[in-house]
Design a protein. Structure first.
Length: 584
């Protein structure tokens, strides 16, 4: 770290709150030759998330062939959308839409014009087979309503599944089979209704457990079997009690869920889910080093900050969906895969030395480009010679500072700022910004963000969810013909779809595993899982342990840490040392 820098307090252009830029931050910005940010970390995150629509899908037609397709772009938004197979073919050239740079207009005004002309791929999928109703999915087959996943096989109603098979209703689950309604779990088999649990099988309602088998309703257990509410039983006793619980009944399941949610609050919680890492702050981080204020890091991330959902990354700042053999990445969404020096990028992969790109692949030396593949030395999709390209780029960077873009909220965008939310192809409530920073329609409009009114599908329900059979054993295949009314009745904050159906694959899974039918639509179920995970925020807190048999003796523990558990939450939060003395 250079000694020439000190902490500097800035005032965020957007929220008007102060934030701190630290010496290491300045070193990074100097290395990649960008000015320090003028938005605070949270406002920068929300701005990025507004460029990623995962779950809002529409029926539309390919603007090239007229073929009916599913798209993440609302037909009313007037973007030119091609079927992904056409988009990846040689049937058009995105350079045909190139335009000269106009030094009388702001850069982002010109970028908006280009974005309205260049054809876009209908979905963010790669190598996806027999899975039309999915988005941001790669190398997967026979999936339905799966988003932000990789290597999924026969998976439904899930988000962030990595190498999972025959699973339903997941959120951030890795290398697992036959699992249901789990959140942030790995390497498990037939694990249901569980959170932050690894290497476990044939169990339900496990929280913060590892290598647990044939157990129900347990927290903080290690290497145990035949436990219920952390009480050890013999195999015979366990099987008898499990039968009496009869969790195939929705009424019994709901009663036990309430019991467990009260029970788990009596136990300490680890301040953060961090494993095999050095000098890191955040949550859900593994196998990483020198990573600050980051979340959902799957491993091999180094010297990075403000990163979410990343793997195999070195020196990255401010990214969502970064990595895959990438380095020197800044302000991007869904970017990387054998890439370097990629700044201000969305859906851009295998590219080098780029600025302000959207949906570009296998290219280098791009500035302000959209939809390019296997190209270099391009500005606003126009081809330049190498010498002219570098001369123009320096002039454009200066021009962006001299004539900045000003958004609806009065924020000024010079070179070094991510894309303005005004330019996003999506409304706020279509994107994952709504999932992690939910706003009402009134709040969205008051912030001058775009709000999308979702169409009422005019489903005519044949059944209310409370009329569903209580026990899965009493359900027959006639349920496949029913349209079930969701109790949330179109609630906007969960993007409720008013009604839903039970599909045959889903019914077979629930029947075989004695799981009651879901009572809410898939979107509402997704939002209920989001409530289980902690937010993308950190609070500075002190360990709550006051046990005299711990290493701190008669005095309460004074260890301090950064945690995603806010001070007003009911959980008992411990530092690493105190927590390890309490796990079983």
């Amino acid at each position: 770290m250079s000694n020439q820098y000190q902490n500097e307090i800035k005032n965020c252009q957007n929220c008007k709150n102060d934030f701190t830029i630290e010496p290491d931050d300045f070193v990074f910005y100097e290395k990649i030759k960008v000015p320090p940010p003028t938005f605070c970390p949270e406002c920068r995150l929300v701005r990025r998330l507004m460029w990623r629509n995962e779950r809002s899908l529409y029926k539309t037609n390919c603007d090239n062939t007229g073929k009916s397709l599913v798209s993440m772009f609302n037909p009313k938004s007037n973007f030119k959308v091609y079927d992904r197979d056409i988009w990846w073919s040689d049937k058009f050239n995105s350079l045909d839409y190139g335009q000269d740079y106009d030094f009388n207009k702001s850069f982002f005004t010109q970028y908006k014009e280009l974005l309205s002309k260049v054809p876009l791929a209908n979905l963010g999928n790669t190598n996806v087979i027999n899975s039309p109703y999915n988005n941001h999915l790669a190398d997967s087959k026979d999936c339905y309503l799966v988003f932000g996943g990789w290597k999924n096989l026969r998976v439904m109603y899930s988000r962030g599944g990595l190498d999972v098979t025959d699973c339903f209703d997941l959120y951030l689950v890795e290398k697992s089979e036959f699992c249901y309604n789990d959140v942030v779990c790995t390497k498990s088999y037939k694990l249901f209704y569980s959170y932050n649990t690894d290497e476990s099988l044939e169990s339900s309602f496990l929280w913060h457990c590892k290598n647990v088998q044939n157990s129900i309703g347990c927290i903080n257990l290690r290497n145990k079997s035949y436990c219920i509410l952390n009480q050890q039983y013999t195999k015979e006793e366990y099987e008898k009690l499990k039968k009496e619980l009869d969790l195939g009944s929705y009424k019994n399941w709901k009663k036990f869920e309430d019991i467990f949610n009260n029970f788990r609050l009596n136990f300490p919680y680890r301040y953060a889910n961090i494993g095999q890492s050095q000098n890191v702050t955040g949550d859900n981080i593994g196998l990483s080093k020198n990573v600050q204020y980051s979340f959902d890091i799957f491993g091999k991330v180094e010297d990075s900050k403000y990163i979410i959902h990343a793997l195999d990354l070195k020196e990255g700042y401010d990214g969502y969906g970064f990595g895959g053999g990438a380095s020197l990445m800044y302000e991007g969404v869904d970017s990387g895969i054998q890439a370097a020096n990629q700044y201000f990028a969305v859906l851009t992969h295998s590219c080098f030395d780029t600025n302000y790109t959207y949906m570009c692949y296998n290219s280098k030396n791009l500035f302000g480009c959209i939809g390019l593949r296997n190209k270099q030395y391009c500005i606003l999709n126009k081809q330049y010679t190498k010498e002219d390209y570098f001369n123009m780029v320096e002039k454009i960077k200066k021009h962006m500072t001299d004539i900045p873009y000003v958004d609806k909220r009065g924020s000024s965008y010079k070179y070094g700022e991510f894309f303005p939310s005004d330019l996003s192809p999506f409304a706020y409530n279509e994107t994952i910004a709504q999932e992690y920073f939910s706003l009402s329609k009134e709040d969205i409009l008051s912030k001058d963000f775009h709000y999308q009114e979702f169409e009422n599908k005019y489903y005519l329900p044949t059944l209310n969810s409370e009329e569903l059979p209580d026990h899965i054993k009493k359900v027959n295949k006639n349920i496949l013909n029913d349209i079930i009314a969701c109790p949330n009745k179109g609630y906007q904050l969960t993007q409720c779809t008013f009604a839903y159906k039970i599909l045959e694959e889903e019914l077979n899974f629930l029947t075989q595993n004695e799981i009651p039918l879901p009572r809410y639509c898939p979107n509402c179920r997704h939002y209920s899982r989001l409530k289980i995970r902690n937010p993308y925020k950190l609070w500075h807190r002190t360990c709550m342990c006051d046990k005299t048999n711990h290493i701190h003796g008669d005095e309460p523990c004074k260890n301090e840490f950064e945690t995603s558990y806010s001070p007003d939450r009911p959980e008992i939060v411990y530092c690493e040392k105190c927590y390890q003395q309490e796990v079983y």
